[in-house]
Design a protein around this ligand. Structure first.
Ligand SMILES: [Zn+2]
Length: 100
């Protein structure tokens, strides 16, 4: 029984941390405005959290493997096609955007 209790607690904690991270990284301005609205409304619940579903989508980060014909810019760290290489210095490759 004690083991089951611990498992439930860790799951809940993980979920809360994920939600916090999502709010802080992806939706911080909205989160602040929500707090302000709640303060002003004072007791009017049912407003919900705007963008709740949006936050869930933001948590899904697709990691796309770098293909052979792609490179990672050493300045903006975006993966780009090799046709966008503007300058190469040793192991550092810079894209056309960064080299302007
Ligand atoms: Zn770049």
């Amino acid at each position: 029984m004690a083991t089951d209790y611990d498992e439930v607690r860790s799951d809940v904690k993980e979920t809360q941390e994920n939600s916090l991270e999502a709010l802080q990284s992806a939706n911080a301005p909205d989160a602040r405005s929500v707090v302000q609205e709640l303060d002003e409304a004072d007791g009017l619940d049912g407003a919900g959290v705007p963008g709740g579903e949006f936050i869930a989508e933001e948590l899904i980060v697709q990691v796309i493997p770098q293909a052979n014909d792609e490179f990672t810019c050493s300045s903006c760290f975006l993966v780009r096609h090799r046709s966008q290489i503007a300058r190469q210095s040793g192991n550092d490759i810079y894209c056309t955007d960064c080299e302007g």
